[in-house]
Design a protein around this ligand. Structure first.
Ligand SMILES: Cc1cc2nc3c(=O)[nH]c(=O)nc-3n(C[C@H](O)[C@H](O)[C@H](O)COP(=O)(O)O)c2cc1C
Length: 179
């Protein structure tokens, strides 16, 4: 039977959306049936209906953006009330996930993104997904802050994510599907 995959993302300026679209295309090329949704749309959907979940947001002040956090926290409360958040968070057989985060890292680099990936991963692990990978993708900051895209910790990040970044994500998808 065809595996059901969910690609779920939050994006304000399009960087995370580009990564999400790349993941969707790579999954479809590998014959998965893909549902593509923004985080907010999950208010009326169930992560547990999918065999594979790919969940991603940008870093805002080194956390997931507040609207995405709000939705995920509310979902977690619901799962908890339904008894789906179990002690020791046992893996559900055949439920796998990967998380992704785009970030600009102007101050401390990738450390501004890792808490985001960990949060998203923890959300999914608490409901029994086996999180097999975390992808951190540099994204240009579309904000009018002088030199933010040229003089931060990561140097010149104009145009990111670029073709190379997106090809890496496509390859990552193919790798995790073999896990
Ligand atoms: C309000 C705001 C806060 C941000 N805070 C951070 C941050 O703390 N660390 C970081 O690395 N990038 C930060 N960024 C940059 C974004 O994470 C980055 O540009 C990301 O790729 C944007 O994704 P999007 O285009 O999908 O919205 C921030 C951007 C915005 C708009």
């Amino acid at each position: 039977m065809e595996k059901e995959a969910l690609v779920c993302y939050w994006s304000r300026t399009g960087n995370t959306e580009q990564v999400a679209e790349t993941i969707k295309e790579a999954l479809e090329e590998n014959d998965l049936n893909v549902t593509y949704k923004e985080v907010k749309e999950m208010e009326d959907d169930d992560f547990l209906d999918y065999d594979w979940v790919f969940l991603g947001t940008p870093s805002h002040h080194f956390l997931p953006p507040k609207p995405a956090l709000k939705t995920l926290q509310s979902k977690l409360n619901t799962y908890s009330n339904e008894g789906e958040v179990k002690l020791c968070a046992p893996d559900r057989p055949d439920k796998k996930a990967a998380v992704f985060c785009t970030y600009s890292g102007p101050h401390t680099g990738i450390d501004e993104a890792i808490p985001v990936g960990k949060y998203l991963g923890q959300f999914l692990e608490h409901i029994g997904f086996n999180v097999v990978d975390e992808w951190y993708v540099i994204g240009e900051m579309h904000m009018n802050i002088p030199n933010i895209n040229t003089e931060g910790r990561l140097g010149n990040i104009k145009g990111r994510p670029n073709e190379e970044d997106l090809t890496r994500i496509k390859n990552n998808v193919e790798d995790v599907l073999e896990k």
